[in-house]
Design a protein around this ligand. Structure first.
Ligand code: UDP
Length: 239
C-alpha cells in the first residue's frame, strides 16, 4: 500500500482528529492526527504522538472485539498512525455506554461523579455540532431518519456487548472503564463497530490511584495528556 499516493487525493472526510481517505470502493485509510480538541472544538492543540498512540490502541481494541465475535470495520494497523478499514456508512449517532457516572451525566442529572451505576446506561446522542450533539430518544431518531427501530435495538445490543469486552480488557490491566463512545456503521446488510476506540473516546481511571488516563486530562488541564495515553498503551503491552 502506498500511503503517499492514497493521501495525495483529498480526504473524503476530515474531522477534528482524523482524516479518512478512500483506498477503493470497499476500503478506507484512516489517519489519526495529533490534533486534540474539546468542547465542540472550542479548545484545540496539537500533541505529538497522539495520532500514533490512538491508532495503536484503537487497532488493538477493534481486534479484541473481533476476537469476541463483534464485527468491526477494522482491517489492519499501519505504522505509525494509520488504520485500514472497511468503508461503511456511519450512522450519525454517538452511542455512549456508562458504567460509572462522570462528565455530562453529572452535569445534567443528580448523579455523583464516580458513582457506580446500578446497571450500564446506554445513551444515544445525535452527532451534530450545530445542535451540540443533543440526546436522542428512539422516536426522535426514527423521525429524523437516522436509523430504524430494528437498527436502534441492534445498536443497543452491540453497545452492551462492546462494554463487556472492553471492561474485561481494561480490568485485567488495572484500569476502570468509566464510559466510552462508539460509532456504528452499515456494511452490506450488517451493523459494524466503526470510527475509533481510544483514550479520546473513553474515560479510563487507574484502579488503584484513581489517576485519569484519558482526554479529561486535556479537557480539564490536568497535566501531560500524552504521558497518560502512553500509560494506557503500556498497560495493554502495545509499547
Ligand atoms: N465522547 C466522545 N465524543 C463526544 C462526546 C463524548 O468520544 O463527542 C465520549 C467521552 O470521551 C466520554 C463519553 O463519550 O468517554 C461520555 O461523554 P459525556 O457525555 O460525559 O460528555 P463530556 O462530559 O465529554 O462532554
Amino acid at each position: 500500500m502506498n500511503i503517499e499516493e492514497i493521501k495525495a487525493k483529498k480526504p473524503i472526510y476530515s474531522g477534528k482528529a482524523k482524516s479518512i481517505y478512500e483506498v477503493d470502493e470497499d476500503k478506507v485509510l484512516i489517519e489519526f492526527r495529533d490534533d486534540i480538541t474539546a468542547g465542540d472544538g472550542a479548545k484545540k492543540d496539537v500533541k505529538e504522538g497522539k495520532g500514533y498512540l490512538n491508532a495503536l490502541i484503537s487497532s488493538y481494541l477493534f481486534k479484541k472485539l473481533e476476537e469476541n465475535g463483534i464485527e468491526t470495520h477494522f482491517l489492519e494497523y499501519i505504522e505509525p498512525n494509520y488504520m485500514l478499514a472497511k468503508k461503511v456508512e456511519i450512522i450519525p449517532i454517538e452511542v455512549i455506554v456508562r458504567n460509572i457516572a462522570a462528565g455530562s451525566l453529572c452535569r445534567r442529572y443528580p448523579f455523583k461523579e464516580g458513582e457506580r451505576l446500578k446497571r450500564p446506561i446506554v445513551q444515544f446522542d445525535y452527532k451534530n455540532d450545530e445542535y451540540h450533539d443533543p440526546m436522542l430518544n428512539e422516536d426522535i431518531a426514527i423521525n429524523l431518519g437516522l436509523a430504524t427501530e430494528e437498527e436502534l435495538k441492534k445498536m443497543r445490543e452491540i453497545a452492551l456487548k462492546v462494554n463487556e469486552v472492553l471492561k474485561k480488557v481494561f480490568d485485567e490491566v488495572g484500569i476502570e472503564l468509566v464510559d466510552f463512545k462508539i460509532e456504528i456503521g452499515r456494511y452490506k446488510d450488517r451493523l459494524v463497530v466503526a470510527d475509533e476506540i481510544s483514550p479520546d473516546t473513553m474515560r479510563l481511571w487507574d484502579k488503584s490511584s484513581g489517576d485519569i488516563l484519558d482526554k479529561d486530562v486535556f479537557r480539564k488541564d490536568l497535566g501531560d495528556v500524552i504521558s497518560k495515553y502512553r500509560e494506557v498503551a503500556k498497560r495493554l503491552k502495545l509499547i
